[in-house]
Ligand binder design. Structure first.
Ligand code: H79
Length: 447
């Protein structure tokens, strides 16, 4: 019994140690919270989509004018080139399904303030101001729901084009929200109005806020925003960019080297170095690089939110189609090692990423770098029933060496990799255990 508890504690370290962000209300009912987060914990892969007028010139989304690489006026001239003429939301959803992703997050509005839907709160939107002339968000949300893919909407709290936003750039009328509360309240009414449209029109499964760092939780009305979202949909999930009122952490581009001390987290990552479409950016990560990063993310108990940037006509760049389809071939073949698993072994037991089935009786070993074998498992204190190659079921032979009869230290498991089992990207082994995983974590010797 004690062992069972120890195993559970190891399998669920994020829960036990997760520090709550400052200002975050204590979860009233942790079982309900767990239930609400379950699909997200099981999903593992999401596709992020940055689609906006920045694809017209192929410049960075919003930041290009914020950082004064281009004037705000010239940035907004891109409105005239956003056609969506070849936009096919069903084919987007098909590609996402093909990648194996379980959810999508699309930019309903970036910091530039251009809404993809027909917002009634102002006229700065794709339907009202571009040749596309229509709401391009609704048909995509519908296509996702048809495919049973969870719908996440990115919504920028910051709006650098709104005249009542303090960072308004078209003139020099920067102001301090505290010094001019009436003006700030006008912005709040605007942003809360748009958010209400998002909540009621699209009822997203996931809200992905961005830009919270420009104002405090009080200024954003973060507690009330969270409450409004959950009042409408008690199952909705909120990312961790709401000044402490979100549900999970969102490292961006930068990969954690050690296991994050968090219960739920998601790495958002570009396929090249840009979030939106940029014709000159050809620095695409290879499918192997994406897959190995993905394996590390799930081994640490997180999700990968992998970004693509469609062109202004609505076509997805070929290199990104290639990455998603290759990734999909791999995720479908190795689905049981990926979806619905929990974080794998702590460092020290295996030279690579690993995951565990929820009951901790199947251990999945991801073989990075296509080793010819053998690979070794250390400190495994549970008998092995068998080892097979995921996707083919082919058995892998193994032997246990160095087990000293009087010592509590388990022997080393040396596993041979069948020579014909080499996945083009990453082979995965399934170690089927006789009992739930138990690990020896000592320093050797008699203890
Ligand atoms: O939409 C994509 C980017 O445009 C956006 N988020 C992804 C998903 C993004 N926002 N910020 N960043 C990327 C990086 C910005 C960092 C900084 Fe700051 C903002 C540096 C200075 C201001 C916040 C405050 C972080 C450091 C100080």
């Amino acid at each position: 019994m004690i062992n069972r508890i120890m195993i559970l504690a190891m399998a669920l370290p994020f829960w036990v140690c997760a520090p709550r962000a400052v200002g975050q209300p204590a979860p009233v009912d942790s079982a309900a919270l767990q239930t609400r987060m379950q699909w997200f914990a099981d999903a593992k892969l999401g596709i992020f989509i940055h689609w906006g007028i920045y694809a017209v010139n192929g410049i960075s989304e919003s930041w290009s004018f914020h950082n004064r690489r281009i004037s705000h006026d010239d940035y907004m001239k891109q409105l005239g080139g956003f056609t969506a003429s070849a936009y096919d939301p069903d084919s987007w959803a098909n590609l996402i399904r093909q990648s194996g992703a379980r959810y999508t997050v699309i930019t309903s509005k970036h910091h530039d303030g251009v809404a993809l839907w027909d917002t009634k709160l102002n006229d700065l939107s794709i339907p009202r101001r571009t040749p596309a002339g229509r709401d391009v968000l609704t048909p995509f949300v519908d296509a996702l729901r048809k495919q049973n893919i969870k719908v996440g909407l990115y919504f920028s709290l910051i709006d650098w084009s709104h005249p009542d936003y303090p960072g308004f750039l078209r003139d020099s009328s920067r102001y301090d929200a505290k010094a001019d509360p009436d003006r700030w309240r006008r912005f709040l009414a605007f942003y809360r109005g748009q958010l209400d449209e998002i909540i009621t029109r699209f009822n997203p499964d996931l809200f992905w806020f961005d830009g919270d760092w420009e104002h405090s939780a009080e200024e954003w009305q973060a507690a009330d925003v969270r409450q409004a979202i959950l009042a409408h949909n008690p199952s909705a999930i909120i990312n961790g960019r709401l000044q402490g009122y979100g549900d999970y952490d969102t490292p961006e581009q930068n990969f954690p080297v050690t296991r994050p001390n968090l219960k739920w987290w998601e790495l958002c990552l570009t396929t090249n170095e840009s979030w939106g479409y940029q014709v000159d950016d050809t620095t695409f990560k290879s499918p192997y690089e994406i897959i190995s990063i993905f394996a590390d993310v799930i081994a640490f108990g997180g999700d990968l939110l992998l970004d693509i940037g469609p062109k202004a006509d609505g076509t997805i760049p070929q290199p990104q189609i290639h990455i998603l389809t290759e990734l999909g071939t791999w995720t479908y073949r190795h689905a049981e090692a990926i979806f619905g698993t929990i974080a794998g072994l702590p460092q020290g037991h295996f030279y690579g990423p690993s995951t565990l089935s929820k009951d901790s009786t199947s251990l999945y070993l991801f073989l990075a770098g296509r080793p010819a074998g053998p690979v070794v498992l250390k400190g495994l204190d549970t008998p092995i029933d068998r080892i097979t190659v995921v996707g083919t079921g082919e058995p892998a032979t193994f032997k246990i060496i160095g087990k000293i009869s009087w010592s509590p230290v388990p022997g080393l498991v040396y596993i041979d990799i069948p020579s014909n089992a080499q996945d083009p990207y990453m082979t995965v082994l399934k170690v089927s255990l006789a009992d739930p995983l138990k690990l020896y974590r000592g320093k050797g010797g008699l203890q």
